[in-house]
Ligand binder design. Structure first.
Ligand SMILES: [Zn+2]
Length: 671
């Protein structure tokens, strides 16, 4: 078909205009035209492309793909995506600079590239011959997930790089995030539509990036700043990072406008101070600054540790604090019946999230704070840490204070509340208490436990409230009809859930042990029990005294484990679960050499040839104990790069210290 020149011109002009308005709308938040006009242009372009077969991969119409994906495929990063070491203040920064100079054997002041540390999701974009080919999450740094379908919907990310004749592959890395304006707009829309508002820009961005359905991702106005290049062939990159930024900027890739090149570390500190003082005015959330050696040839000379480059640092800003008022205190019942006071707060935006409630941990903490309902308090939040009530301010301001008292009856079932140990309180009812029942089922299905995908908190509550599920084993008797009858469940999701439940039966012993919810048995202890006993039956038959021989199990936890498995109801529950088909592969426990029996090892720093878990498993197999901290009972410390206080403690106590090479030779000689 011969396409009229006029049509070709119209298509190219429409694409240019749509890209332009996309940028204004999404990245600058100042649309020039009404949405209806934009939609009309978009529809016209769609029509012309279809009519004249003019669809091309870089057209704005190709940003939102068709059908949702069934699953994510894995992407192996050709060059690993490293993470950064963190520093927290001026002295750390000076130490960092000194370390570099020493390693370079050069006292001359270094040139640094500084940029805000955006609180988002690290991704890698791969362009081939100038076209966006693939986008992937960082994942564990070695393997990520393919998120191309979602990244294509981000209007600030070019589908085609500007500039003619870009050949070969160019990998660009950066942070995808949701800006403050985009976040506010999203919540405004949610309120208008009467749907749930979003709590936190970072989690919203992370959720959007990991959508299987690109149409859902497209509704979130995500943005990106690029901060480095990965694999590059056929294009020569400038030596200075600051010039790399300018170059990729000229290709249409978004780079941070608040970046800066600084001479010497003192100027980096000044940059950080300036950035901190304008933090609130930036349109995106930051949690610090990133400082990198500017010359890439110098970066190469400095090299990297196992997981972090030596030439870059994340300078973390201090935790954010805000004041707000405690409206009420509620008492929540946990899985084991522990009753925890939770403060309901006037919502406050702190450290990048809206906080409307936070745990007060226990009644001792309430007493320590001197907290009463109606008090104004300081809330602190740093990074991913749970927000914390730091202190009460101006108690006299609270004109009608109400004391916080532990209820005498369980708020979930009305059974008497009793004291449990020094500071805790418990519902006395045990598993008949619906709150405890719900919590234990949520725990059973959670990620580190049986990991039943799709069995979320809301659904567990519905299932318990409707009486369909009383104990954890009941989830294995659920039927398609019962599930499809639940709120917000269709035939399809019911079928998916049944499949996930079926799949969860093939598990591992550590997961199963953790899922049982034995008091104080976390994932690490479940691993240690597995490594020590190899199978469930010996654990069930062992005494508390036996359990104390397991790494890191003390007398209290040993007592909890024994009590749990002596309980007839628990033994019956385990029997039922196994009869439902739950199984795990057998674990080999070493019956061979116990050459290190009675020895206590401590692992510290980064191991490069093996993971720390592997190292631990090898030691346990040889009969050694592996402890978490150095004491006079430690026999040997295995220290890798980055070892800190444990290493100095070992030196102080004169304990044998070996590096990874010596450790591997030792293992070889013993096995
Ligand atoms: Zn209760």
């Amino acid at each position: 078909m011969k396409i009229p020149e006029k049509i070709k011109q119209e298509v190219s002009e429409l694409r240019r205009q749509i890209d332009y308005h996309n940028r204004l709308y999404y990245t600058q938040d100042r649309p020039e035209i009404p949405d209806a006009d934009y939609d009309a242009m978009f529809d016209r372009l769609l029509f012309l492309e279809r009519e004249y077969d003019l669809v091309s991969p870089d057209s704005p119409t190709q940003r939102v793909g068709g059908e949702p994906l069934g699953h994510f495929s894995q992407v192996a990063h050709e060059l690993p995506m490293l993470s950064l070491d963190k520093v927290f203040g001026e002295q750390d920064l000076i130490d960092f600079d000194n370390r570099l100079k020493k390693r370079l054997e050069d006292d001359a002041g270094l040139e640094y590239s500084c940029e805000p540390k955006v609180d988002g999701v690290a991704v890698s974009l791969l362009y081939v011959d100038g076209l966006l080919q693939r986008a992937a999450t960082r994942g564990d740094g070695v393997t990520g997930e393919d998120i191309t379908h979602n990244v294509r919907t981000i209007s600030g990310i070019p589908l085609k790089l500007l500039g003619s004749s870009l050949h070969g592959r160019i990998e660009v890395r950066g942070e995808i995030f949701l800006g403050k304006a985009g976040f506010a707009r999203l919540n405004k829309r949610a309120r208008k539509e009467g749907s749930k508002t979003f709590v936190n820009p970072r989690n919203t961005a992370a959720g959007a990036v990991r959508q299987l359905d690109p149409r859902k991702a497209a509704r979130i106005p995500l943005e990106m700043f690029c901060y480095s290049v990965g694999v590059v062939d056929e294009v020569t990159m400038p030596d200075k990072l600051s010039e790399v930024f300018d170059l990729i900027d000229s290709w249409g890739l978004p780079v941070n406008p608040d970046r800066s090149t600084e001479q010497g570390i003192e100027n980096c500190q000044r940059y950080c101070d300036r950035l901190l003082s304008k933090r609130d005015k930036l349109d995106y959330e930051i949690d610090g600054a990133v400082i990198k050696v500017n010359n890439r040839s110098v970066q190469e000379r400095l090299g990297q540790n196992a997981r972090t480059p030596r030439w870059a640092m994340a300078y973390k800003f201090p935790a954010e604090e805000k004041s707000t008022r405690v409206i009420d205190v509620e008492f929540q019942v946990g899985r084991t019946g522990t009753i925890t006071p939770v403060a309901r707060l006037e919502p406050v935006f702190v450290g990048g999230v809206t906080v409307s409630n936070t745990t007060l941990h226990n009644m001792d903490e309430v007493a320590r704070l001197g907290l009463r309902i109606g008090d104004t308090v300081i809330i602190r939040r740093a990074g991913d840490v749970i927000p914390k009530v730091v202190k009460v301010i101006d108690p006299a301001r609270n004109k009608s204070p109400k004391p916080i008292e532990i209820p005498s009856e369980c708020p979930a079932c009305g059974s008497p509340v009793e004291k449990d140990g020094e500071v805790l309180y418990k519902c006395s009812a045990g598993i008949i208490c619906p709150a405890q029942r719900k919590e234990s089922i949520k725990h059973f299905a959670s990620r580190g436990a049986l990991d039943v995908e799709g069995l979320g908190d809301k659904l567990v509550e519905q299932l318990v409230d409707s009486g369909l599920v009383k104990n954890v084993d009941d989830i294995f008797s659920l039927t398609q009809e019962q599930l499809a009858g639940m709120e917000r469940m269709g035939e399809k999701s019911a079928a998916n859930l049944l499949q996930a439940i079926e799949k969860s039966k093939q598990t591992t012993l550590p997961r199963f042990l953790y899922a049982l919810g034995i008091r104080e048995v976390g994932e690490a202890t479940a691993q240690a029990l597995t490594a020590h006993y190899g199978d469930l039956q010996p654990i069930m038959d062992a005494s508390a005294e036996d359990h104390e021989r397991v790494t890191d199990v003390g007398p209290i936890v040993a007592g909890h484990i024994e009590t749990f498995f002596r309980n007839e109801e628990n033994r019956a529950l385990i029997g039922k679960l196994i009869s439902h088909g739950i199984q795990w592969p057998k674990v080999e426990i070493s019956t061979g050499s116990q050459a290190l029996a009675g020895k206590t090892y401590v692992l510290t720093g980064t191991l490069e040839q093996m993971t720390r878990n592997d190292a631990k498993a090898r030691l346990l197999a040889l009969g050694a104990k592996v402890a978490g901290s150095v004491s006079k009972n430690t026999d040997c410390v295995v220290a890798g790069p980055g070892a800190g206080s444990k290493l100095s403690k070992a030196e102080e106590l004169g304990i044998e210290i070996i590096d990874e090479g010596e450790f591997l030779r030792l293992l070889d000689s013993l096995s």
